[in-house]
Design a binder for this molecule. Structure first.
Ligand SMILES: NC(=O)c1ccc[n+]([C@@H]2O[C@H](COP(=O)([O-])OP(=O)(O)OC[C@H]3O[C@@H](n4cnc5c(N)ncnc54)[C@H](O)[C@@H]3O)[C@@H](O)[C@H]2O)c1
Length: 402
């Protein structure tokens, strides 16, 4: 049986779906992106990326209406051989994984699937989800193949990483695996086979490992700062020519839509016995409170003008999802101060330029260390709170001589 499209990406205009769809289309795979976000659809139809992603817009311009198609009509699912599902997987109000979201999704779409198709789950999912989805399909008398192939890209660098990172694939049987392997080998060179549960945990472990690593740096930062010590003087000494500490991250806000949520998913999976994960969540989510409390010990915020430079969750990105700069903003809103915000990539009419913010503020927080801030000149009379050490001059030997 032949299909009109090789691949349909459901959630195809999101941060994971769009770079993946572009990567397939760029290799002459006929790809249709299905999404419910009408604003994003209009942008992409006009060859404009709805978010920043290196190298993506060039591919969009050359593939649109040739091998890449965009729609909000879900009927295209019927016409596609592979159906890649990358809708978001948020946690619920109890901070537990929201399986209902997937169950509802499948119950609404079940009539669009057929036996000869292959569903590829690519969202990060709670362990056991893939087996439950297969169970649901089989109970609906569908033989549709199912694989779980997690996305492991770093947002902003997806196009490059999709082709260079090994792809983890888990499938129900050998022939499903071969089919999924054949598809992914078109865009990447290496694949690794795991069982469903192993692959689901591999994805969670990857993100949670990073989250915990950042929390170590943030905890060390807090210990040094509480003792009136310059954390980065100690940090530089630790990592300088010492291979076993080279991977110690710098401190800073650890945020975004994945790391915190996935740590919660793993905590729920381990029946809330994941003490290390819970500790990491307290440390990382507590950093904005820590910074404000430290500041209040030095100076009253009453009638002060406080500015936050950088509202995105990661440098040189326009993505503000789950950004801790916004948590910092909410904390500061409880204080009797005037609050100003700035970000070069996020469009918000209330935001000021960085020059204006620096000029008007008594106290300046670096919320996100965009690279254009590396050479900022902050006048000496301003108080600067910068857990990232954004303007650091990387000259450890000179530092040592001081
Ligand atoms: N962002 C990352 O860097 C990253 C990396 C690896 C894995 N993931 C995982 O990938 C998944 C998606 O994340 P994302 O960052 O792309 O989210 P996103 O919010 O950017 O994208 C999700 C897309 O799905 C669309 N959508 C939602 N419900 C839909 C529906 N019923 N039908 C069609 N489209 C629908 C949304 O409009 C949106 O465009 C999550 O599980 C996330 O944990 C994200």
């Amino acid at each position: 049986m032949s299909f009109k499209y090789d691949v349909c990406v459901i959630g195809g205009l999101g941060h994971v779906g769009l770079p993946l769809g572009l990567s397939f289309a760029n290799k002459n795979i006929k790809t249709i992106l299905y999404d419910i976000n009408k604003d994003a659809i209009n942008l992409v139809k006009n060859k404009v990326m709805p978010f920043m992603e290196q190298g993506a817009e060039e591919i969009l311009k050359t593939t649109l209406d040739k091998t890449l198609f965009v729609t909000d009509d879900r009927d295209v699912i019927k016409d596609s051989k592979f159906i890649v599902i990358v809708i978001g997987t948020p946690v619920d109000e109890h901070l537990s994984p929201n399986f209902v979201l997937f169950r509802d999704f499948f119950s609404r779409f079940i009539n669009l699937f057929s036996d000869n198709q292959h569903i590829i789950l690519r969202s990060t999912v709670y362990p056991g989800t893939t087996e439950r989805i297969i169970d649901y399909l089989r109970k609906s008398n569908l033989k549709t193949r199912v694989s779980f192939c997690p996305e492991r890209i770093a947002q902003g660098y997806a196009i490059k990483e999709i082709s260079t990172l090994p792809q983890i694939i888990s499938s129900e049987d050998d022939s499903s695996f071969s089919e999924a392997e054949k598809l992914f080998k078109i865009i990447t060179s290496e694949v690794i086979r795991l069982s469903f549960m192993e692959a689901e945990l591999a994805k969670l472990f990857t993100n949670v490992y990073r989250y915990i690593k950042f929390s170590i740096a943030n905890q060390f930062y807090q210990i040094a700062t509480q003792n009136n010590l310059d954390f980065y003087k100690i940090y530089d000494a630790i990592v300088y020519n010492y291979p076993r500490a080279k991977d110690l991250p710098r401190a800073g806000f650890t945020a975004g839509p994945c790391l915190f949520k996935d740590t919660m998913q793993l905590a729920a999976f381990s029946k809330n016995n994941f003490f290390l994960g819970h500790a990491a969540m307290l440390v990382n989510e507590g950093l904005p409170y820590f910074l404000v409390e430290q500041l209040k010990q030095r100076i009253s915020l009453e009638n002060k003008v406080v500015g936050i430079l950088g509202m995105a969750f990661k440098p040189d990105s326009d993505d503000k999802r789950e950004s801790l700069s916004y948590k910092l903003k909410h904390i500061l809103e409880f204080e009797n101060c005037t609050l100003l915000c700035s970000d070069p990539f996020i469009k918000d009419p209330r935001f000021l330029s960085e020059d204006e913010l620096i000029e008007k503020s008594d106290i300046i927080f670096i919320g996100c260390p965009h690279s254009k801030y590396n050479n900022l000149e902050i006048p000496d009379e301003k108080i600067l709170i910068d857990p990232w050490d954004t303007m650091f001059k990387k000259d450890f030997k000179n530092k040592k001589q001081i």
